[in-house]
Ligand binder design. Structure first.
Ligand SMILES: NC(=O)c1ccc[n+]([C@@H]2O[C@H](COP(=O)([O-])OP(=O)(O)OC[C@H]3O[C@@H](n4cnc5c(N)ncnc54)[C@H](O)[C@@H]3O)[C@@H](O)[C@H]2O)c1
Length: 437
């Protein structure tokens, strides 16, 4: 079976590599020539554990190819996946320009029945716009070629993307015909041979499922952040509360961690886009809007704690930040809380030392030399007045506090991810501040 995947980012590249691993012949297409050139040379443009070996193996086996043009491969494929970006527009809605441009290119080039599957996260109703764009191009060409669209939102997590794709909790597919259902079944059967968890549904429900899932996860985070902030005021420990509620089977223990807010390429934009879809349809999404406001507030919490701990004035203070990526095991800094913290610290006149195991280049690319890039977590704390943990990379979990205490100027630790043991740190002579503890 031959397929093409348009958009070779986190989702497109991982999906392409994983599909090719099952024996399917995959061409990953991207308009970014530099990206495709690097991939052809065996360079992986993003950091994702296990991806380099997976891509290499399948390229060598002749099953995974890279191209800058969909038109050059479309005749040979049965299915085209669209995995291009859907960034937020100024009003919070999802910008569909890339999705619709792929649809138009599809319409300009198909010669036989082909299925276009949208993997990007797109608002409910997008499939209709995709279909209209294709129909328009076909009419322009004066041809009548049979085609179909389907929706197959992706649920992989950066940092665990390959595992998530290879053994998904479930696969959601929106289709309009038995024919499309059959094709999608064939594609996903190899990943789910023993327990076929593909849920077929109508396309609007599939589109909506993705937003509902991300909004639910974001809601749990904002909810716990609200609880944590109250715990801070009343002397309760949110870690205890989390255990207390997470053991209730109706609640479950996942995604109940408070911290310095969610970031990344999905939750922030998807929450905003869902609220926008609500407004467009005359249906105010009150919970979702509050989730967003709470998160924006939470991204400043580390800054506020630093400011208070250092007497209200950060001018000239040296602050070490451990972690820049929006979460561990990725170099992605889209909407990362670290960026908000850095902006606020700079505005307040602080000097910032940073260290992240993977995202240093990405940070440099985004903000240049506004901060001091350090070679490791220990260099970052030399002469620092305070340290803030922003991303909970494993290598930050067991620092040598005694060494850190010796080289720091002052003794403030702000644990933005609630991972440290208060007593252990206080015993070393630090002032320890966490979120809701
Ligand atoms: N990153 C994630 O963890 C994740 C998880 C689930 C779903 N999603 C969704 O998947 C979609 C893609 O996300 P991503 O993080 O992989 O994006 P990305 O920005 O990493 O990659 C998108 C790629 O599409 C390419 N592109 C844009 N227009 C194109 C065109 N017309 N033809 C060919 N290539 C084109 C870009 O050059 C880029 O390489 C988004 O809708 C996102 O919300 C992302």
């Amino acid at each position: 079976m031959n397929i093409a995947i348009v958009g070779t980012g986190y989702v497109g590249l991982v999906s392409g590599a994983c599909f090719s691993e099952t024996g399917i012949n995959v061409t990953c297409v991207d308009i970014d020539k530099d990206k495709i050139e690097r991939l052809r040379k065996g360079e992986i443009p993003i950091y994702e554990p296990g991806l380099e070996e997976l891509v290499k193996r399948n390229v060598e086996a002749g099953r995974l190819h890279f191209s800058t043009s969909l038109s050059s491969v479309i005749d040979d494929v049965e299915v085209v996946f669209s995995a291009v970006g859907t960034p937020p527009d100024e009003d919070g809605s999802a910008d569909l320009q890339y999705v619709l441009s792929v649809a138009r290119e599809f319409g300009r080039n198909i010669k036989k029945y082909t299925l276009l599957v949208t993997k990007s996260t797109v608002p409910v109703g997008t499939a209709k716009k995709v279909k209209a764009a294709i129909t328009d191009e076909l009419a322009h060409r004066g041809v009548d070629i049979d085609f179909e669209v389907a929706s197959n939102p992706e649920f992989l997590k950066e940092g665990a993307a390959i595992k998530d794709f290879m053994s998904p909790d479930r696969v959601i597919v929106g289709v309009e015909s038995e024919r499309a259902k059959k094709v999608m079944t064939k594609l996903y059967r190899p990943f789910l041979t023993n327990n076929f968890r593909v849920y077929f549904m109508d396309i609007p429900s599939a589109e909506m499922t993705k937003y509902a899932a991300n909004a639910m996860l974001a809601t749990r985070i904002s909810f716990m952040n609200d609880i944590a902030n109250l715990c801070d005021k009343v002397g309760a420990d949110v870690n205890m509360v989390r255990k207390g509620i997470g053991t209730d089977a109706r609640i479950g223990n996942k995604f109940l961690y408070s911290g310095c807010g969610y970031g990344g390429s999905c939750f922030p934009k998807d929450v905003k886009a869902l609220a926008h879809t609500g407004r467009e349809n005359g249906c105010t999404m009150r919970v979702i809007e509050a989730v967003e406001t709470t998160n924006e507030h939470q991204k400043s919490i580390v800054f506020e704690k630093l400011r208070q701990a250092l007497g209200g004035n950060l001018r000239g203070k040296r602050i070490a930040l451990w972690g820049l990526a929006f979460k561990p095991e990725t170099d992605d800094m889209r909407e990362a809380p670290a960026l908000v913290i850095i902006d606020k610290l700079i505005e307040a006149g602080a000097v910032i030392n940073v260290f992240d195991p993977i995202a240093m280049d990405e940070c440099r690319r985004r903000i240049g030399d506004k901060v001091v890039y350090c070679k490791d977590m220990y260099e970052a704390v030399i002469d620092a007045d305070a340290v803030a943990l922003v991303t909970e990379w494993k290598q930050f979990r067991m620092p040598s506090w005694a060494i850190i205490r010796r080289v720091m100027k002052s003794n403030i630790i702000v644990d933005g991810r609630n991972i440290y043991d208060r007593h252990e740190i206080e015993d070393e002579g630090f002032t320890y501040l966490a979120i809701g503890r």
